[in-house]
Design a protein around this ligand. Structure first.
Ligand code: P6P
Length: 336
């Protein structure tokens, strides 16, 4: 796989190789999502210059305070994709209900689900944030309902993210490996810089919000305590810890150098199955991580096998380097 080619060339090559109209149409939609990410990245980069930093003074469907850029990013993604003939409906962390295309237009074959600005609590303090998206097939010949979005992660035909950091990168999979593109700000093109990204099976770096430790279940406490014990404990190795509070930044780091990211089930709020959302955070990131040779689990089940029952449902997430995720899963099994 040669590097240095543009996203447009990569898409054209992949479409030609597949010689399948559905793949060609999917790549056309992906191109529109990529453009939306460029526009969002520009809006994020200009932040305070355009008065779009700070809170919007409203809450989203999650009951979380919305940043102005949450709403702006959501609008950008809709505007940049709603005229794509292949999209039938969208859903977003920032919208309670689905956003169907006008019935006047042909029924597209794809559903787009997204978190338009993940980690947005970081945007005012200039820490990396991102956009996460997932593409599912829409039921043929009908206007999709919210129930049509409730497909397991294994049904995804594409998943990706943009990370707005020191550089803006677009990383995605269509089920044939994970490919990373870096935005060339001079030309406005995404350039293939990370072909076929793979996650090392082993790692000595974990990411978890340790302020929740008193709420963790025993298997998670055991795993983290063993990591913290380092060479004096059963792992016999020292570990490093990271917590950016931006899932996109954590997952990107893991794709580049390995690691394990954990937002596990805890007793902090028994009404919530976890912190992260299944449809537009856990599932797309799990598709990417598995395609890069990693693993992604709730601790008790493969995330991509979970049958969703609500559009905005939450789920525990343990993902990253395969051998470490499998160890955490094993610790959960030992407590059954
Ligand atoms: P906490 C951002 O709000 C997010 O959904 C993920 O991107 C991130 O990993 C997590 O929540 C951070 O949660 O509890 O550390 O603020």
């Amino acid at each position: 796989m040669n590097t240095g080619i543009s996203l447009a060339q990569f898409i054209a090559e992949q479409s030609a190789k597949a010689a399948d109209q559905d793949v060609t149409d999917l790549h056309a939609l992906l191109g529109h999502v990529a453009t939306a990410c460029k526009v969002i990245g520009n809006a994020v980069a200009r932040g305070a210059l355009t008065g779009s930093s700070g809170s919007a003074g409203t809450d989203n469907v999650q009951g979380e305070v919305q940043k102005k850029l949450d709403i702006i990013s959501n609008e950008i993604l809709i505007q940049q994709t709603e005229w794509n003939e292949h999209i039938a409906a969208m859903a977003s962390e920032e919208m309670e209900d689905i956003y169907p295309m006008p019935t006047s237009r042909q029924h597209g074959k794809y559903l787009l689900v997204f978190d338009p600005l993940d980690g947005s609590s970081n945007v005012d303090v200039n820490v990396s944030v991102g956009t996460i998206f997932s593409i599912l097939q829409s039921p043929a010949g009908k206007q999709p309902s919210a129930a049509d979005f409730l497909q397991p992660g294994t049904a995804q035909v594409c998943a990706g993210y943009a990370v707005y950091g020191p550089s803006t990168m677009l990383v995605f999979t269509t089920g044939n490996g994970v490919h990373g593109f870096t935005l060339d700000r001079e030309t406005g093109e995404f350039i293939l810089t990370h072909a076929r990204m793979t996650i090392p099976a082993d790692t000595r770096e974990f990411a978890i919000n340790a302020s929740n430790s008193r709420f963790w279940e025993a298997p998670v406490k055991r795993y983290i305590e063993e990591c913290l014990a380092g060479t004096t404990g059963p792992r016999g190795q020292n570990f490093n810890m990271r917590w950016v509070a931006s899932m996109v930044a954590e997952v990107h780091r893991i794709l580049v150098r390995g690691g394990v990211f954990m937002y596990p089930k805890d007793t902090k709020d028994l009404a919530k199955a976890g912190k992260l959302r299944l449809m537009y955070e856990a599932n797309p990131m799990s598709f990417i991580v598995e395609q890069a040779g990693g693993a992604s689990s709730t601790g008790r089940a493969r995330i991509m096998d979970v049958q969703p029952d609500q559009l905005h449902q939450r789920i525990p997430v343990i993902l990253g380097s395969k051998n470490e995720v499998e160890r955490v899963v094993r610790y959960h099994q030992e407590t059954l």
